[in-house]
Design a protein around this ligand. Structure first.
Ligand SMILES: [Zn+2]
Length: 214
């Protein structure tokens, strides 16, 4: 083996890296080779001098860097606004849901208040309206449910509203009862708004699924 190979091993030993040979092999060569012993001593001296040299003086940029940072993270204000709007929508949905339940409860329990409908029809109507109220309150509590609730709530509203308008025109329904259906409309609009706002916040699937949010 040539001296250059042993000198690479000496250099590696100074840097704490693998020698590429056994330590004993290197020591035996150093014991036998005057040139490499001198080279090793010189290399150790240079290395030690480099490691002990004073670090160059660098300016303290801490204040400048901190001063250049924006006062708040980008998007923080928009996120706060979005949270405020979501909270307002959910609160409005709680109000609509409670009002809907208050209207539906007496009809469900007594069978009264559904005009001259047979008692069972009144019970059924009360149950439907209380179910709608429960759906509103559930979406207010968990807005992620909004999109899932829309097929039922949306189709119910889409069917009930035109027939109510037609019944009003034909005198089949009191205006007072028809106005109560505006609660349903308000609730469905609020649920739609929450579903629309939540569409971009669906969680990204775990790594490996290769899906990104729409
Ligand atoms: Zn040598």
């Amino acid at each position: 083996m040539q001296c250059s190979t042993f000198r690479e091993a000496i250099s590696a030993r100074l840097d704490g890296e693998p020698l590429g040979m056994s330590s004993r092999e290197l020591d035996e060569h150093l014991a036998a080779c005057r040139g490499c012993t001198v080279w090793a001593a010189e290399a150790a001296r240079v290395t030690r001098r480099a490691r002990l040299a004073a670090a160059p003086v660098v300016p303290d940029l801490t204040a400048a860097v901190l001063g250049a940072l924006p006062r708040e993270l980008p998007g923080a204000a928009a996120a706060a606004r979005a949270r405020l709007v979501d909270s307002a929508l959910r609160l409005a949905l709680v109000v609509v849901g409670v009002a809907q339940a208050v209207l539906a409860w007496p009809v469900l329990t007594s069978g009264a208040g559904a005009m001259s409908a047979p008692v069972h029809m009144a019970h059924e109507t009360g149950a439907w309206n209380l179910g709608v109220a429960a759906a509103f309150l559930a979406v207010a509590a968990g807005p992620r449910l909004a999109a899932g609730a829309l097929p039922f709530l949306g189709s119910f509203a889409a069917l009930l509203l035109p027939v109510t308008v037609a019944d009003l025109g034909a005198g089949h329904v009191h205006a007072e009862r028809a106005v109560a259906h505006l609660l349903l409309l308000a609730g469905v609009l609020l649920v739609s708004a929450l579903a629309w706002r939540g569409r971009s916040r669906r969680p990204v699937r775990a790594l490996g699924c290769r899906q990104v949010p729409a």
